[in-house]
Design a binder for this molecule. Structure first.
Ligand SMILES: NC(=O)c1ccc[n+]([C@@H]2O[C@H](COP(=O)([O-])OP(=O)(O)OC[C@H]3O[C@@H](n4cnc5c(N)ncnc54)[C@H](O)[C@@H]3O)[C@@H](O)[C@H]2O)c1
Length: 366
């Protein structure tokens, strides 16, 4: 198969859909890989690295789309790319169709086959192509939180690890899912005292089994949250209710119970946030302060560490790319039920019912 990797042109996106290691694997198996010139630069991979791995470098995004049977990328195509998508072409990327009707209509009109990373779902109901980004965000939440606890940026002036003779900082993690566990692990590694809360006892039992003794679990309810926010320096929001807005576990009035300079990193901002005062911010302007509480709520945290994010993402996408290239989309999705769940649009037809529901469209779902 001929596989093409365009340079991402969405604002502030430095990740790339394939690393030289991915090119090497595909070329070894007899496929042709076209990489747009400079596509990997933002992630630290240069044209020469791709060439050495067996790729052919093309200059323009138009050439990539025109020459490829399958496009592998990171973000959904933006308006400038709509016209470039070819009839019968496979497009494998994050799409998030339910949040954009224009994108959905454009991909329907293109008669392409759109397979969305975010809906690939394994037997246990987990989303393997979303997990690595939650891992990145969870770990990064502590790095950012530690930074904004510093006094010059209006934090409490607390060093998370403490020093001999001084107590370490205290981190409260809401949600013991992928984000929460990675955050707890990083905070524990720095020597902070960590309290992690969830409503799922299975998750709390797991945390209790695998974490060191300075990571303690507590059932998540309003009473317990109100108790802990008074004494914790850094609060991480990592809750998720599948397909719904995150619950407001911290309400506006609760900010007054926190000590000045407390930092909230609301990773769940992309689902509305689990703090009432959360609003999305950007890497250029990541924080704001309400009632002396520092809020960090960047909606695309992994974007700040494109090398790590690209490698983490492509580690999990490559096996599916290889399968699609080897078998074609029809056979590959028949044989792999997780990949089949990724099919969103097939040649002018929506095949993922949540998209139809999101837009209130009446249509036959195959
Ligand atoms: N900002 C970013 O850049 C970024 C990056 C990756 C993920 N995220 C977001 O982070 C959030 C968490 O993702 P995840 O992969 O860890 O999800 P996950 O499903 O692995 O974990 C969510 C956890 O929240 C728990 N939960 C639900 N209600 C709760 C409550 N009332 N109190 C405490 N815990 C509760 C669930 O039981 C679950 O264990 C999602 O909204 C995700 O979209 C954001």
């Amino acid at each position: 198969m001929v596989v093409g990797v365009p340079k991402e042109i969405k604002n502030n996106e430095s990740r790339v859909g394939m690393t030289p290691a991915g090119v090497f694997e595909l070329v070894k198996n007899g496929h042709t890989v076209y990489i747009q010139s400079a596509a990997g630069e933002g992630s630290g991979f240069f044209d020469m690295d791709y060439k050495n791995a067996g790729a052919i470098i093309l200059d323009t995004i138009g050439q990539i789309y025109a020459a490829s049977e399958m496009i592998v990328k990171v973000k959904e195509p933006i308006a400038e790319e709509y016209e470039l998508v070819q009839k019968d072409q496979i497009v494998f990327t994050y799409f998030h169709f339910a949040s954009s009707e224009p994108l959905t209509k454009a991909m329907l009109a293109s008669q392409s086959v759109c397979i969305a990373y975010e809906t690939v779902e394994d037997d246990e109901g987990t989303l393997p192509l979303l997990t690595p980004m939650s891992e990145v965000a969870g770990r990064m939440a502590i790095q950012q939180g530690a930074k904004y606890l510093e006094k010059p940026v209006k934090g409490r002036g607390v060093l998370l690890g403490g020093v001999p003779g001084v107590q370490p900082g205290k981190v409260l993690v809401l949600g013991a899912g992928v984000v929460g566990i990675q955050a707890a692990k990083m905070a524990a590694g720095l020597g902070a005292h960590v309290t992690i809360m969830d409503i799922n006892m299975k998750r709390l039992r797991y945390v209790n089994d695998v974490m060191p003794p300075h990571v303690v679990t507590e059932f998540s309810n309003e009473f317990n949250i109100r108790k802990h926010i008074k004494t914790h320096d850094l609060i991480i929001g990592g809750v998720l209710l599948k397909g719904a807005k995150a619950p407001n576990l911290i309400t506006r009035d609760m900010l007054r119970d926190m000590r000045p300079g407390t930092v909230i990193v609301d990773v769940a901002v992309d689902q509305g946030g689990c703090v009432e005062t959360t609003r999305p911010t950007t890497h250029e302007d990541p924080i704001y302060i309400i009632d002396d509480v520092v809020h960090y709520s960047v909606a695309n945290m992994p974007g700040a560490v494109p090398y790590t994010s690209t490698v983490a993402l492509t580690n999990v996408t490559l096996p599916y790319v290889a399968k699609l290239a080897a078998l074609g989309w029809e056979k590959a999705t028949q044989m792999d039920k997780a990949l089949q769940k990724g099919l969103n649009i097939v040649k002018g037809e929506v095949v993922y019912k949540e998209i139809i529901e999101a837009f209130g469209w009446e249509a036959e779902v195959v």
